[in-house]
Design a protein around this ligand. Structure first.
Ligand code: NIG
Ligand code: FE
Length: 413
């Protein structure tokens, strides 16, 4: 596939650049008036139209992209897209002013989703999750992480992870699976936390490892959910099976989650709507990626994370959707990038880098995904005609994604 007359080919980081820290996020390399050649699903070469080699200009161009930009696909490193039912009944409670914790305590929240998921079949869950994933891809996402965590029993957690495995087998994008049985305590373990933790460690983990159903382990480390000590126990148990942590940290309060995650070699800490000096200090000397989820803040009406502060400190910030039925019923990375700019004051270049290369890094995929580099997978999208790069986040709520290319082929859903 040859694409010519591209107004701007963006995200041109060198192939060995695996993550962007601090100020590096401001650099979004671009070639104006460019061509891009794809071969065998990989990026083969690119350059300026003015100096296009004759052996390439002699090829017939498959797409002439006048006025349009080519972006590396979004890499959405935090989602919960396997669920049985939406939860818009909680939407009204939120509008009345109930908080996330109050809704959960009133029988809504994660336990509400778990009750519904336990009754759904693997096929039903696969069908609905596949529809969601298809929509996400059509909105520009070209790599995704998906969590379990609405099963909360051995049978249903494995059912969820098998659905994720099927998505991975049937979709043309990389899918990483995260085991999140430690999302909430089931009602029967309300007063027996250790009983549920033992179930996860002694029963679920060995089965999941035997079927190789997960890449990562996650814990919702939060007041009213899993304590720091419980998180530590679970992360250490996961490590025995080779599962690295990617955890929910500091969403509703500063809890010590960051410290325990970093100690246990976490790939990423996600949320951080709440943070303080110690949080930042702990992260300064770590390789852990800081994944921010602004559409969760937007939907719940909770504070937005201090993206500017994290970047100023030199941390590697990534952006993801958190697509789930309770706190973020949207898988639209374009909107996430807009919110990052509008609400967290990230510059468009920073937000785009955070949603591409650093998102890929938060899934350990940045060797092959997340930027336009020779030898990387040809996963990218072509925009509608746009006046500038900043127009994409500026025109929030309206998709600028025109054509999606995955492994060098046009994806039509
Ligand atoms: O990332 N915080 C925990 N998990 C999800 C919400 C889950 C739910 O409410 O169903 C989140 O926001
Ligand atoms: Fe989440």
């Amino acid at each position: 596939m040859l694409i010519t007359n591209i107004k701007g080919l963006i995200g041109l980081h060198l192939k060995d650049k695996l993550v962007l820290r601090g100020n590096e996020l401001s650099n979004l390399p671009v070639i104006e008036n460019a061509w891009l050649l794809v071969e065998n699903g990989l990026i083969k070469d690119f350059g300026e139209m003015d100096s296009i080699p004759s052996h390439i200009s002699n090829l017939s161009s498959d797409i002439s992209a006048e006025g349009r930009y080519v972006f590396p696909s979004w890499c959405d490193s935090h989602t919960h897209i396997v669920f049985a039912a939406s939860r818009e009944e909680e939407f009204a409670m939120k509008i009345q002013g109930k908080t996330y914790e109050e809704i959960a305590a009133a029988g809504g929240g994660i336990l509400n989703s778990a009750r519904k998921l336990q009754k759904a079949t693997e096929d039903e869950l696969f069908q609905s999750a596949a529809l969601r994933l298809k929509q996400m891809i059509l909105q520009g996402t070209g790599a995704v992480e998906i969590k379990s965590g609405y099963g909360l029993t051995t049978e249903s957690e494995i059912k969820m992870l098998r659905v994720i495995r099927r998505l991975k087998d049937q979709f043309p994008i990389p899918v990483k699976a995260t085991f999140l049985a430690a999302h909430a305590f089931p009602a029967e373990f309300k007063n027996n936390h250790q009983g549920y933790i033992d179930l996860i460690i002694n029963e679920m983990l060995p089965l999941i490892a035997a079927e190789k159903l997960a890449d990562y382990i996650d814990v919702f480390c939060e007041k009213g959910f899993f304590s720091v000590a419980e998180t530590d126990q679970l992360l250490k148990a996961g490590a025995k099976y080779g599962l690295k942590p990617k955890i929910h940290a500091n969403q509703l309060s500063v809890s010590g989650a960051i410290e325990v995650a970093v100690e246990n070699g976490a790939i990423s800490v996600d949320h951080l709507e709440e943070s303080n000096e110690e949080t930042i200090e702990t992260l300064r000397n770590a390789d852990t990626i800081v994944t921010l989820l602004p559409s969760c803040s937007f939907y719940l009406g909770i504070p937005f994370a201090d993206a500017k502060g994290f970047i100023k400190t030199g941390l590697p910030v990534a952006l993801a959707t958190d697509y789930n039925p309770g706190s973020t019923p949207s898988g639209n990375m374009n909107f996430v990038v807009s919110l990052a700019c509008i609400k967290m004051k990230m510059f468009p270049e920073q937000a785009i880098n955070a949603a591409t290369l650093n998102g890929a890094a938060a899934m350990q995929l940045s060797k092959d995904y997340g930027s336009i580099a020779v030898g990387k997978k040809a996963n990218f999208f072509i925009t509608k005609p746009m006046p500038s790069i900043a127009y994409l986040p500026y025109s929030f709520g309206e998709s600028q994604v025109d054509k999606v290319i995955l492994n060098g082929e046009i994806y039509n859903g």
